[in-house]
Design a protein around this ligand. Structure first.
Ligand SMILES: [Zn+2]
Ligand SMILES: [Zn+2]
Ligand SMILES: [Zn+2]
Length: 274
């Protein structure tokens, strides 16, 4: 006779839970914690209701963004984040614009930490740009930032978080504008002139320049260095199109003439996206 006898007060909790009362609401009037109720349920082998949190965060193929509280289609979220969210390992998810804003704010705090650690001022160390939207974290010396961020952290946000919390020391980091950071990558050999992807980018720029009668310079600041120029969506939606067609697919649509370019212009990395 090893059957466990479930005490009456636990049976009453089970009954309430069956009727849809959450563990938290069972615990509250009894002045105990929800985890205490959960442990009782585990102890007496009572199965809990399936998690309901996703039921109101996903409706008709749309997900609710935790920050802006609006329902948006799946395409507006990073697929990796949706996977974590749907599997229940992550209880909230941010839409792409909110995630971008959050990452931007984190990057700024991380940059302030680097500045105070190293006693430098908040500007590009190569030029004097101080606009935080144009600044980024650069690695000192011949070291690939991408290898560091994606090799040691799951994404940019984690990398920024490690800097802010002091887990990642800032000796080999500094502040540069996006353009100077890209130039460094060329100087250190992480990007090369004349590669297939370099040529593809230049061909796209030439198509945009010819079709829209634009000079081959940044349309915002006039910078001429081809290494720093990229296509820009005048009305937004660039990330979305990149995601649907893939960056190479989009480039070849442009080069082959399958896609018109009247909504595209030429910008440098500093001016793009701001
Ligand atoms: Zn949002
Ligand atoms: Zn700079
Ligand atoms: Zn520019």
């Amino acid at each position: 006779m090893t059957d466990i006898v479930i005490p009456d007060f636990v049976l009453r909790m089970q009954e309430e839970h069956k009727n849809g009362v959450s563990l938290r609401n069972i615990a509250k009037p009894r002045n105990i914690s929800a985890s205490f109720v959960r442990n009782l349920f585990i102890k007496y082998g009572i199965t809990r209701n399936p998690r309901t949190h996703t039921r109101f965060k996903i409706i008709e193929g749309q997900i609710r963004c935790y920050n802006c509280k609006t329902y948006k289609p799946y395409i507006d979220f990073a697929p990796s984040q949706v996977k974590l969210f749907e599997s229940g390992r992550q209880s909230t998810v941010l839409c792409n614009p909110c995630a971008k804003y959050y990452s931007h704010r984190k990057r700024i705090s991380a940059m302030h930490k680097i500045c105070s650690d190293k006693g430098i001022s908040f500007k590009c160390v190569d030029c004097n740009i101080t606009d935080p939207t144009k600044l980024t974290i650069a690695h000192v010396g011949n070291f690939s930032g991408r290898m560091d961020v994606y090799g040691n952290y799951s994404d940019n946000i984690q990398f920024y978080g490690a800097i802010v919390s002091g887990l990642r020391d800032t000796l080999d980091l500094t502040i540069k504008c996006k353009n100077h950071n890209i130039l460094d990558e060329f100087n250190n050999g992480f990007r090369k002139v004349g590669t297939t992807s370099y040529d593809e980018r230049i061909r796209v720029l030439k198509v945009i320049s010819l079709a829209n009668n634009l000079p081959l310079v940044c349309s915002k600041c006039g910078i001429e260095d081809l290494k720093l120029l990229t296509k820009a969506h005048k009305n937004g939606g660039g990330n979305m199109e990149n995601k649907i067609r893939g960056p190479h697919g989009l480039n070849w649509d442009i080069i082959s003439g399958r896609r018109t370019v009247s909504d595209l212009s030429i910008e440098c990395y500093n001016c793009q996206d701001n």
